[in-house]
Design a protein around this ligand. Structure first.
Ligand code: ZN
Ligand code: ZN
Length: 288
């Protein structure tokens, strides 16, 4: 049975309401669904009773943005997204409190981003962006308002001109070091997995990626997201072989965002390039 271990609801930057996502998963149909919203469990918690009622196996997940301790382009440290799966039990109270603090970081970044855009002559307010973002305001919502007000033709252009990490209005969000993210996930009781490794600064054939993954494993990484909408068939094979070489668990997911990434389908990814088997969830549940 097909499953999906990487999805977002409208409680972070997706567009499906949690109960809607459960219905969409049943329609695919999926044998299990993990909700991995950025920095919040709100989507999972709203979906849980609906999934229980419908008989869909739902997994509590989270996605954290962390920074690698490497010098990236333009001197910025590259970002690493970590997925955490709570397959053993509920997250600790300490971890929940920490997540709330991460939300405040995001608010500060948004205020700084508005100031920077306004200094570039863009007439936009935080209230306008928050109306679009509702639950968790982030860059996709800034992009929507920039397009609506005619500052960009489409989302891609809004990112290229203003919002991307190297664009004119870029504001660096305070991100936790990857080692701290891994430690917090483990202490909270989650299985930490590196999301979409294709976005790492080194490609799958680059020796430096093996070193980097080995280093992350020493810090607590347990899995590698081999199947993802951004991975070609060759990438998937390369990441699977890396996971085997490093004894990391193999996970996968579409990274479904609903209408915010309309070319990505729940459970199947981009043009059917994602296929995750139920056995991968079972392996995730098996403690080392
Ligand atoms: Zn991500
Ligand atoms: Zn994601």
């Amino acid at each position: 049975m097909r499953i999906d271990l990487h999805t977002h609801t409208d409680q972070s930057d997706g567009t499906s309401a949690p109960d809607e996502l459960v219905r969409q998963a049943l329609a695919v149909p999926l044998g299990a669904l993990a909700i991995t919203d950025h920095d919040t469990f709100a989507g999972y918690e709203q979906a849980a009773p609906v999934a229980r009622e419908a008989g869909l196996e739902l997994v509590r997940g989270i996605e954290l943005s962390t920074r690698l301790s490497l010098a990236g382009r333009h001197g910025r440290a590259p970002t690493a997204h970590l997925l955490g799966y709570f397959v053993q039990g509920e997250p600790s109270a300490e971890f929940r409190a920490w997540l709330q603090g991460q939300g405040k970081n995001r608010d500060r970044r948004n205020v700084a981003l508005i100031a920077k855009l306004r200094s570039l002559g863009v007439d936009i307010t935080l209230e306008e962006v928050k109306q679009v973002g509702r639950n968790q305001t982030g860059r996709p919502h800034f992009a929507s308002v920039l397009v609506r007000k005619g500052y960009a033709l489409n989302h891609r252009q809004a990112y290229d001109f203003y919002l991307a990490d190297e664009a004119r209005a870029a504001v660096e969000r305070e991100q936790v070091p990857v080692g701290e993210g891994l430690r917090r996930l483990r202490e909270a009781g989650a299985v930490p997995v590196l999301a979409h490794p294709i976005r790492m600064p080194f490609g799958p054939a680059d020796e430096r990626l093996i070193d980097l993954l080995g280093h992350l494993k020493e810090q607590g990484l347990e899995g590698l997201e081999c199947q993802h909408s951004e991975h070609s068939a060759e990438d998937v094979a390369a990441f699977q072989s890396l996971a085997r070489k490093l004894d990391l668990k193999e996970t996968g997911g579409s990274d479904f965002h609903g209408g915010n990434k309309p070319d990505i389908d729940l459970g199947t990814g981009r043009n059917g390039n994602v296929h995750v088997a139920y056995e991968q969830l079972e392996a995730l549940r098996t403690p080392r």
